[in-house]
Ligand binder design. Sequence first.
Ligand code: SAM
Length: 336
Amino acid sequence: MKKLIDSHGREITYFRISLTDRCNFRCIYCSPSERDFCFIRHQDILRFEEILEIADVAVEMGMNKIRLTGGEPLVRKGIIDFIGRLKQMKLLEDISLTTNGYFLSDMAASLKVAGLNRVNISLDSLQSEKFRKITGFEGLEKVLKGIDSALEAGLTPVKINVVLLKGINDDEVEDFIKLTFNKPLYIRFIELMPTNHELTQINEGHFISAQNIKDKMRIKFPDLQPTSIERGYGPAVYYKLPGAKGMVGFITAVSQHFCARCNRIRLTAEGKLRPCLFSDREIEIKNRLREIPAYQKSKRKILIQKCMLESIRIKPLRHHIKSNEISEFNMSQIGG
Ligand code: SAM
């Protein structure tokens, strides 16, 4: 198996592919206001054929895990067949998906059959009204049903991503942890990241560190024990309550970055390779690929390889955001 090593000695194995910029939710920390929301034109979105071509080369070069995300990946028509075709890539060891869970109750079983291994489901509140305020939509019941469907379908481990929002959902941390008693869920508390130029107010007012929450929870649940699961299962550090079926994780992307272990490259829905979520630097791939006729397969492959290597070469050593810098941080330095 080939290895892709970046300029800082990190092995790059994880390809995170955004299938669409569209989403059925309007989360307060993620979406700009409806008025300003401007979707990428249909013709500017990478076609499934193009994504498969790029992914095929990436896998051959050494990427062995693919995560599908968005926008909301389950709103993209044809995703089940697309996953089925990804599954045919022999060297690909893991296909996962990050979703808001709204469509999962209908789709979990088919996604599993197609070849999806596991899902991360975003859920920031267990209270209907608060859920509506955060996401802009009614839908808590459907998402909870989606979580059960994912467990039933065996899309495991099912991880639940909870973005910590001070004054909004930090009073629900205990309820989220209690979910791990009876269900084999990995509840992951994620620090709010300054990822959107227009949302500085949310970031300034509602950031709370994972350490703060962890300290409070260890007083409430003194039996919460650290587990040995840390590396290999993503950036979270996991804890477990005795006898619980699930686990609790904390992702400190802002307060204590884990860039030294970052193993990922992103492909945006409009066809750019992005080596770091917090950097503006991108390598354009779609337009360059569209200039080469489909029958010139080896020329296309060489271009993809070149773009891949270039994005790995420029992958920064670390991001430079810190929790105490959020209010001062120049948002133009980072991308969405
Ligand atoms: N629509 C899918 C979903 O809801 O999971 C996939 C895309 S969403 C952008 C991926 C993840 O990023 C979600 O778990 C979401 O909560 C998280 N996210 C988005 N904006 C964030 C921010 N500013 N800080 C921390 N996490 C964020």
